[in-house]
Design a protein around this ligand. Structure first.
Ligand code: ITT
Length: 183
């Protein structure tokens, strides 16, 4: 029987990305969505650590993840407000906000928190730029407007495997997987 690992997330796309990198190691990934308070903080790591504290009495071993898109010319907006901004103004709103802006650099960040009696943190970052228009219908959230460095395609035009090679989450997951292998 393969060892089970619980990923606490409401987001089935995040789960799918994690599955692609974790199940080949022989683990069975389980999605649970008990909900936890996402505190207002300008640090993703703080949000993750608070989530772990909140959930540690409910699960023996689990991980969760917080992520966001930081756009340089918008002074790092939407950053820690990524979820709220996506559900309000969405990708159309971001494209509009950046209509006359040439400097389109942006970075996606992800922080994974794993708890197995103590908390461990794994981080990933993906530099890139905001496209002029939305492209692709794969993935979720800001995927159709984010082009990773060294690519022409947006994340929205990539398969899960391709996105994992470049993405913030792919990188954080890879260092998490390294840790799981070495335990
Ligand atoms: P959780 O339940 O795991 O928290 P969530 O969808 O609420 O899932 P976050 O709180 O981490 O996710 O919010 C991050 C938001 O940033 C998310 O809703 C997306 O809009 C965006 N985002 C994060 N990672 C992304 C990615 O890989 N591609 C596109 N958008 C992403």
């Amino acid at each position: 029987m393969s060892e089970e690992i619980v990923f606490i997330t409401s987001n089935k796309n995040k789960f799918k990305e994690a599955e692609k990198l974790i199940t080949p190691l022989g683990f069975k990934l389980i999605q649970k969505n008990p909900g936890y308070p996402e505190i207002q903080s300008d640090s993703l790591e703080e949000v993750v650590r608070y989530g772990i504290e909140y959930l540690r009495d409910k699960f023996d071993t689990f991980f969760l993840e917080d992520s966001g898109l930081f756009i340089k010319s918008l002074k790092n907006f939407p950053g820690v407000f990524s979820k709220f901004v996506f559900t309000t103004i969405g990708n159309e709103g971001i494209i509009k906000l950046m209509e006359n802006i040439k400097m389109r650099d942006a970075v996606f960040r992800a922080v994974i928190g794993y708890y197995d009696g103590e908390a461990k943190i794994f981080k990933g970052e993906c530099k890139g730029r905001i496209s002029e228009e939305m492209r692709g219908d794969h993935g979720f959230g800001y995927d159709p407007i984010f082009i990773p460095q060294g690519c022409e395609k947006t994340f929205g035009e990539m398969t899960t495997e391709e996105k994992n090679q470049y993405s913030h989450r792919g990188k954080a997951l890879k260092s998490f997987v390294q840790y799981l292998k070495q335990r």
